[in-house]
Design a protein around this ligand. Sequence first.
Ligand code: OOG
Ligand code: MG
Length: 256
Amino acid sequence: MIGPDIAGIAQTLGAAADNASPIPQLAAETGLDVDAAYAVQAALLQRRLDRGERLVGLKMGLTSKAKMAQVGVDEVIWGQLTDVMRVPDGGSVDVAAFIHPRVEPEVAFLLDRLPEPGEPVGDFTDAVRAVAPAIELIDSRYANFTFSLPDVIADNTSAAAFVIGPWSPVPNGLDNLGVLLEIDGRVAQVGSTAAILGDPRRALDEGIRLAGRHGVRLRSGWVFLAGAATAAVPLRAGAHVRATVEKLGTVSFRSV
Ligand code: OOG
Ligand code: MG
């Protein structure tokens, strides 16, 4: 049997992102399973590297029940972040570059000394140099923001842009910090880091394990997004978006 056309699907998804133009879901029709979907994601990343982008980190997706329920997919997934997706703290983003952008509050880790493949993360403070509040801007390339598990994996887990706040040393506990997302000064979501796999530190173990299955090894100096603690909120033009994580501070950007 001939398998799905990995390069062709990556091309379709890449063009949808470049043109901010939605496409129908494609996994069922093309017979894409989870492994093939990660192969599409790898091809999409290669397409970005070929045009000069740099791989700067890894993001986890669907590490909280709120997120799983919002999109109707209940498996932890991961995607890849490049330098052009990074928006400076306090910077601005043009919503016209996206199809139907949403924002979600996250916790970011700055990676330091990672274990060898197959080894567990020993001391978290060896593996992670610093932590920061973050905002992820997600933008599914599928119409109506609707997808299956392999669809969203192939689409680099809806990764579109991210903003990292000030880095702080790793605090004593990360497992029960209040999380707030505000739009134009109004509360849009409230939650706790406990929503992220019970403790966002667990997201790193999962990231190392799941990405390792597909030959992706996390690197010192990378940014790691542990996944949203709350559901995502649609982003319109002219909004001021701010996320606050207790003990870690705030991060913000504006949309135009
Ligand atoms: C998939 C990406 C999920 C998260 O933090 O849970 C994600 C999506 O919701 O489109 O980034
Ligand atoms: Mg996210």
